[in-house]
Structure formats: structure tokens, C-alpha cells
Design a protein around this ligand. Structure first.
Ligand code: ADP
Ligand code: MG
Length: 676
């Protein structure tokens, strides 16, 4: 019996060689072929050039009135040209690098040309010559490679649709198709490959996008439901009075936002389910104290907690902070990093193993083989985007039924949060502690650098410290370092001996980096010239100004993170962006960051201005690849599809409902998604 999962080799004309070539395009099965969608559609209906726009792609029919000639430039490049008479007007037609087309042309004969219209030159830059008897109104253009031609793929799709079209059953439940006026799967495929009009194709794509998002969302929801199965061991029966007295003795009042997310987290911990929660909050929004509440709750329930940070210095900072915060609460804290001496480790490990240590603060060292926990009830991951999925998993697996709290300041826009963290619960801190002075950000061109340096000098004279961030050259640490060193020398020449200047770059060892950070923190030097390695959450309260060179090379979210390093103390803080953006988008980006201090707004803006592909690091952080749908451009469809999937999956018996039979069947064979 034939099925959509048959290999493409069942089609006539697909031998071994062609099969391999198709595989390279990602086409293995008939299903792959039928869902191999066109990149664009060319309008093949004849166009009246008097109504055509400059630069428009047009199809025209005319008489060749000069002998076609081919001129070669070098070995591979050529230009074919001739004049074409359409009605009573004469146009120049050129084809680049397709010399063989000359054979299809002859003087005084009729020809149909498809190409780009250049109005001012009265010219058509030809793309293809169409046959006289072709009668499709629209030509689907597929992404192809050297081995598979347009005509071939088109022909194969036609064959496949004729033979297998009847097997395209609907996976999306009928009620949803009705509600959102979606087409049947059969019609969707037909209208995408062989549309009668661009509108028909567009409608079909809408259904295809919905389907893609919906199926993705179903997979995530199923994962979530399975994960959220009863697990009494995960339950944290904490002591509410203790939490209250912890809050009461803090030197500040929690913000409403902090209270809200703390409540969400505590409620979650109390459930007999393993928590899997992401805590998002802008730089400086106070995530640490929220994690402290979760940690203390866990310890009050006689379980251990661990917090993992991406760098030694951050781990140390946390250890110090927690020691202060928990001073009155009888919590045993251990700091375990790569720097911990062998002697200290030997003493520490048994105390972790037998439960004497309640809170373990550290780096990647926390999930090493030699480290055994007594009963790890909560794993907190700080700056979670700095860790890979496996590292986060590894820490969690150090316990059974361990609750997980991942924290990030990377303001993932709502758009992407649904797709990236679909299976996590998300808590958001959306306000900063009161009384913070917003960082004053300004954008200047490099011509004004001297003025910026004068400003910096004034700040230094008032006793403040300064960060100088050097240009970011994509993917070249060596060049970054050279730039950093050059700027370092320049600032030394300007400021020494009155103020001393330090240097921090990616080529330094971790120890050297930490040392530089510690020295800066201790005001050993007043100016720190650094590449982006300072990005992660180190607190130097006395630093109030940041100067960023070539700021337009950074993502807005990254700039926002960077400037979050200043503005931690009580004095007014400043961020000066030096940039000469080359285009409007670049200028808009600089204006956006200078005018807003809202990380979520900025990352959404960046996404809109640069497109999702460009967002540094998002690809690595597990952003799923969609075939037809775009999580940014198609946000509305995504949101709706996600809601509907949730409503279906929440019912434990959804698979048994008749209208979900096809969906259940499909997901049973396609549940291949993996997230953490
Ligand atoms: P982040 O969310 O970037 O990790 P931190 O937790 O490091 O931020 O908090 C930044 C600073 O704000 C810390 O010095 C912290 O003590 C302080 N802080 C946190 N919450 C409040 C609050 N509600 N009121 C005043 N200061 C606060
Ligand atoms: Mg932090």
C-alpha cells in the first residue's frame, strides 16, 4: 500500500542519482516533496507595460526585431541582447549569463519574455523565455540547487500530488478549521503549488502556518502535561513564617513585581509537581532576592538548594550576598567553583553529601561527577542563557524530583518566549526597585569622541569609575583584542598618572579576568577598558559611566545588558554610545536605545528592525526552525495556535475524542521534540 512516507524514488524518473540530489534539499519522502514549498510566484499573465511599475517583474509578448547577439566577459559571464517590439513600442531585452537562450530566438519571430522592467531605460532584464503554449497564470518558483532543476522539481511535485493527493488527510481538528476558516490540508497543498491567483496562495499559506505552529504547540503542550505529572517527592512544604520574617528583615521593601513572582514560585514549590520555571527580569530588577526566597523555602523544608552562575566572580558575589542575606537564618553555605582548592573541596564534599551544607553556590563545578548531594530540592540557574541545555539538565539530575528555577535578564520578547520556553512556566518581574535613577543614555557620532572623553574626565574627577567597551568584531577574538589594546593605550595616554586604566578581554584566562574585575571593584583602577566579557551581572556600585565604541555593532538587547552594569549605585549614571550607523535602520536602533530603558521593548524593537536571524545567540539558545511560519511576523497566528493547543492538551482524554483522532495519530509518530 502506498503512503505519504514512501521514498521519493517510487516516482517515475527518480533514480538513485536524482534521489540523492533531492535528499540534499531535505526531500526524502513524498510528504517532504509535497511540503516543499515555493519561494515565490511569478505572474505569467501578459502585462501592458504602460501600466507597469519600474522594477516590476513582468511577462510580455513581442516580436524580435534585431538579431540576438551574445557578448562574453571572461569565461563564465555573458550578455545576450536584442530588441523587442511590443505593439508599437520598442524595448531592449538583455539576458545575463544564459547564452544558450539565443537558440530559442530568431529574427521576426514571436517570443514571450519574463523579466524585470526598467522604466527609465526602456529595458527588460530577462529572467526566462516562456513557451507559447504554457497556460498557468502563476509559476511557482522553488528553492533549488545545481543538481535539481526548477522544471524537475515542479514535475515531480505534480506527479506526487496526482498520485498521493487523496491521502492528505486533515490533522487539525474540524472545529478549529471552521473557527479560523482554514482550508483542508488537501486544498492547502494544491493552492500552494498550483495557485489560481496570488490571493489563493496567500490563503493557503495562512493555513500552512497555522498548522505548523499548532502542531509545534501541541508537542510542547504534551511535553508539559507529561512533565507535570504528580510527584510527591518534588513537594516543598516550606515554613511561611520564616519567609515572612526573611522579608521583614530586608533593608528594602520588595517591589510589587517581586512579591508577585515570589508568590508564583512558592505556590509552585508547594505542589506535588517538579517546578520548571523561568524567571525573567530586566538587569537590576532584583532577581537574586527572589531566588533567595525560593532557596530559604526549600531549606526550611529540610532540603538542599544550589545556585549555579556562569563565572567564578559571579558565584563569589552570590556567595557573599547570600551569606549576608541569610545571616540570621542559620544557613550553611558552601562555595564550589573551579578555583576551590583541593583541600577545601575534600572538606566540603562530604558535608554536601550528608546534608550539612544547605546551600551550594558555584559554577559548572556543581554538576561534576564527584559532587553528590543529600537531597537537592531546588536548582537555581542564574544567567541561564549562558548555559547549555545539557548543563542545566546535569545539575537538575543531581537530585530526584528537583525543582528548577532558571533566571535570565535577556529580555526575550513575548513573541519568542512562546516558542523557546513553551514548556516552562514563566514569571516576569516588570519593574525596577523604586528610587533608581534611570541611566541617561545618549548617542553621539565618532566625530564627537573628544567631548565624550571630557565628560568622562569630569566623572572621574568626582570620584566615579568608568567602563569603556571596545568594538565588537563578529567572530574574531583576536581582532577584538587588538582593538581593545589600542583603546587601552589611548586611554592610558589620556588619563594616567591621575587615574589608572585596566584592561579586560576575551583572550585572558578566567583567573586574569576575575582578577581584573576584582581590582576594578576595589577601585585599584578607575577606568576599565573591556570587550563584551563584562556583560555578566557583576556589581561595581561605584561605576557610573559607560562609554561604548561602535555601538551599532551590538544588538539592542546586548547594549541594554551592557549598560545595566552602571546605575547600580545612588549617583546618576550615564551611558554614551559612539556610533556612525550607515543606514536608517542603524540610526533607528541607536535612537531606540537612547530613548528607552525597557529591555523588553528594546528586544522586540531589535527583532523588528533586524529580523530574527540576526539576534545574537538566539539561534544557539534553541530557537526552533519553522518551515513556513515566522514567529515574529506571524505572531498573531502563533498566539492563537498556542492557545488552542493548550486548551486541547489540558483535557487528559483529548486523544479519545473523535475529532482529534488524526491529530493524536500524527503526534504519536512525530513526537520528536526535545527541550529541557
Ligand atoms: P538582577 O535582577 O539583575 O540579578 P540583582 O538581584 O543583582 O539584580 O539586584 C540589583 C540590586 O538591587 C542589588 O543590589 C539588590 O540588593 C537591589 N534590590 C533588589 N530588590 C530591591 C528592592 N525591592 N528595593 C531596593 N533594592 C533592591
Ligand atoms: Mg543577577
Amino acid at each position: 500500500m502506498s503512503s505519504l512516507s514512501d521514498p521519493v524514488s517510487v516516482l517515475k524518473g527518480v533514480g538513485q542519482r536524482r534521489q540523492i540530489a533531492l535528499n540534499k534539499l531535505g526531500i526524502d519522502t513524498i510528504n517532504d516533496l509535497l511540503t516543499y514549498f515555493p519561494r515565490r510566484y511569478d505572474d505569467l499573465s501578459l502585462k501592458d507595460l504602460s501600466t507597469a511599475l519600474d522594477g516590476e517583474r513582468v511577462t510580455v509578448k513581442g516580436i524580435v526585431i534585431t538579431a540576438p547577439t551574445v557578448v562574453f566577459f571572461g569565461r563564465k559571464r555573458s550578455r545576450l541582447s536584442f530588441r523587442l517590439k511590443i505593439n508599437d513600442d520598442i524595448y531592449n531585452v538583455t539576458f545575463f549569463n544564459q547564452p544558450w537562450l539565443k537558440r530559442q530566438l530568431s529574427l521576426e519571430s514571436e517570443v514571450i519574455v519574463f523579466g524585470t522592467f526598467n522604466q527609465s531605460r526602456n529595458q527588460i532584464q530577462g529572467m526566462k523565455i516562456l513557451s507559447q503554449d504554457q497556460n498557468d497564470a502563476y509559476d511557482s518558483i522553488y528553492p533549488v540547487n545545481k543538481e535539481v532543476k526548477q522544471a524537475t522539481i515542479k514535475h515531480l511535485i505534480k506527479l506526487a500530488f496526482e498520485a498521493y493527493g487523496g491521502q492528505l488527510v486533515d490533522i487539525v481538528p474540524t472545529s478549529l478549521r471552521k473557527k479560523y476558516r482554514l482550508e483542508s490540508f488537501h486544498d492547502t497543498i494544491q493552492n500552494i503549488h498550483f495557485p489560481e491567483s496570488p490571493i489563493a496562495a496567500k490563503k493557503a499559506f495562512r493555513t500552512a502556518k497555522f498548522m505548523e505552529f499548532f502542531l509545534f504547540a501541541m508537542k510542547i503542550q504534551i511535553l508539559k502535561v507529561t512533565r507535570r505529572q504528580e510527584d510527591p517527592q518534588a513537594q516543598i512544604k516550606y515554613n511561611p513564617q520564616l519567609i515572612q520574617s526573611f522579608k521583614d528583615q530586608l533593608s528594602f521593601q520588595l517591589t510589587d513585581s517581586q512579591n508577585k513572582v515570589s508568590h508564583e514560585i512558592l505556590t509552585d514549590l508547594q505542589q506535588p509537581l517538579a517546578m520548571n520555571r523561568l524567571l525573567q527580569g530586566d538587569v537590576g530588577s532584583g532577581k537574586t532576592v527572589v531566588s533567595a526566597i525560593a532557596i530559604l523555602a526549600t531549606i526550611s523544608a529540610h532540603k538542599q538548594a544550589a545556585i549555579m552562575a556562569p563565572t567564578e566572580i559571579l558565584a563569589e558575589q552570590h556567595a557573599n550576598n547570600f551569606a549576608k542575606m541569610f545571616a540570621k537564618f542559620n544557613v550553611n553555605i558552601a562555595l564550589l567553583t573551579g578555583d576551590t582548592s583541593a583541600v577545601a573541596r575534600r572538606a566540603m564534599l562530604p558535608r554536601i553529601k550528608d546534608g550539612e551544607v544547605n546551600l551550594i553556590v558555584g559554577t559548572h563545578a556543581l554538576f561534576q561527577d564527584q559532587v553528590t548531594y543529600d537531597n537537592l530540592g531546588l536548582a537555581v540557574i542564574d544567567e541561564q542563557h549562558r548555559f547549555g541545555v545539557h548543563q542545566r539538565q546535569a545539575l537538575r539530575k543531581k537530585g530526584t524530583s528537583t525543582n528548577m528555577l532558571a533566571m535570565t535578564a535577556t529580555p526575550i520578547p513575548r513573541t519568542l518566549a512562546i516558542t523557546m520556553y513553551g514548556d516552562m512556566d514563566v514569571s516576569i518581574i516588570n519593574e525596577l526597585p523604586k528610587g533608581r535613577k534611570p541611566i541617561k543614555t545618549s548617542w553621539i557620532t565618532s566625530a564627537k569622541t573628544e567631548a565624550a572623553i571630557r565628560f568622562v574626565k569630569k566623572q572621574l574627577q568626582s570620584g566615579n569609575q568608568i567602563y569603556v567597551v571596545t568594538p565588537l568584531i563578529e567572530e574574531s577574538e583576536a581582532v577584538d583584542m587588538k582593538n581593545a589594546v589600542a583603546i587601552y593605550e589611548r586611554f592610558k595616554a589620556i588619563f594616567e598618572p591621575n587615574f589608572s586604566v585596566g584592561l579586560l578581554h576575551g583572550r585572558m584566562s578566567n583567573d586574569e579576568k576575575d582578577q581584573a574585575m576584582v581590582d576594578f571593584k576595589n577601585n585599584q583602577f578607575q577606568v576599565l577598558v573591556a570587550t563584551t566579557v563584562i556583560e555578566v551581572g557583576v556589581d561595581v556600585a561605584n561605576a557610573n559611566t559607560m562609554l561604548i565604541f561602535d555601538a551599532d555593532h551590538f544588538g539592542l538587547a546586548q547594549l541594554h545588558q551592557l549598560r545595566g552594569r552602571v546605575g547600580r549605585g545612588s549617583t546618576q549614571s550615564y551611558c554614551i554610545l559612539i556610533a556612525d550607523p550607515k543606514n536608517e535602520i542603524g540610526k533607528k536602533r541607536m535612537k531606540a536605545i537612547a530613548s528607552s530603558t525597557d529591555g523588553f521593548f528594546l528586544s522586540q524593537k531589535d527583532l523588528e528592525l533586524r529580523g530574527q536571524g540576526d539576534i545574537t545567540g538566539l539561534k544557539q539558545s534553541g530557537m526552533p526552525d519553522f518551515k513556513v511560519a515566522d514567529p515574529v511576523g506571524d505572531l498573531n497566528i502563533l498566539t492563537v495556535a498556542n492557545q488552542e493547543a493548550r486548551e486541547i492538551a489540558i483535557d487528559r482524554n483529548w486523544q479519545k475524542k473523535p475529532e482529534n483522532v488524526q491529530l493524536a495519530q500524527y503526534l504519536k509518530f512525530n513526537q520528536t521534540i526535545t527541550t529541557d
